[in-house]
Design a protein around this ligand. Sequence first.
Ligand code: KG4
Ligand code: ZN
Length: 341
Amino acid sequence: MALVLGIETSCDETAVGIVDGRKLLANVISSSVEEHARFGGVVPEVASRAHLEAMQQVIKQALKDASVTLKDIDAIAVTAGPGLIGALLVGVSSASGLALALDKPLYGVNHLSAHIAVDQLDNDKKITPTIALLVSGGHSSILKVKNLATDVEVMGATIDDAAGEAFDKIARIMGLGFPGGPIIDKQSKDGDLNHVNFPRGLTSAADLDKHQYNFSFSGLKTAVARYIEKTPNYKKADVAASFQEAVVDVLLSKSLAACKESGIDNLVIAGGVAANSRLRELAKQRCEMSKIKLSIPPIALCSDNGAMVAALGSLAITQGVKPSQMGIGADSAASIAQVIW
Ligand code: KG4
Ligand code: ZN
């Protein structure tokens, strides 16, 4: 079993996780989210600086939580993309420095695959081959995963906003704060999800022809904005619940269609939006009905963290994937096809 330290800095979380094979030993997160809240979104320069300030302390705390020292670590993994370039570079430089100083292998890993890999911690589930619904602040994709470290194929993706981005934008329009996903999730609990029948993007017969597994949330965003404009006394909880239902419904219909068409009866849902309570509930119901095995990481491991990076590094080692070259950079627009650098 390899002891892997994973570093994640692709957005506003400075996060370090330590795993021993598939066992989670530490998961420390320092977030700069409050520094961004008043801007209604993450400010890249502010995030990079916060990573620099937090990095050493977060590494120290993770080692302490795992009751290990740097000398015990067998390999360093780090998110090399996609994400904010300045933020990614802080992580990649820190990881490269550590790997060099400790003379240990370095694994630059893909942030998106790492979101899925975290589902393998603390269990002996065999999740592949699987369809994966990856929903975060920057991405919404349906993936066919034969081998998480080596063979990931994109079946569909968003053609405009990501699912998390849609939650954040609607929360902003409704004056609810940032990040919007958790707030809308909470508001929706007191709302009627059938109150407004908001549009489900790219689900008409004509759209499905070209965009069977693609998503679009811009029409939904416009529909919510129009509804709010026309209905000054609208109830926030009802609009939040109806909006959330439209997103969740379309995410799940397309994911289940992908399972059916590809004859794969596993579905993994991962990324920050996988923390959404309605998505988790409806996924469970629909997968049970369709006899599909559903797997969603624990809520605490859905949003960005270092454990997921360590988990993917550990998986790469198990699969015999070669370490990355010393001197790798970061790729802000990395595609999911590049799992390990
Ligand atoms: O994966 P993540 O932590 O960061 C990225 O890689 O983007 O995802 C962050 C996104 C944000 O847009 C946030 O609003 C959304 O995940 N999110 C949620 C929930 N918790 C976080 N969206 C809906 N419901 C939630 N409970
Ligand atoms: Zn993420």
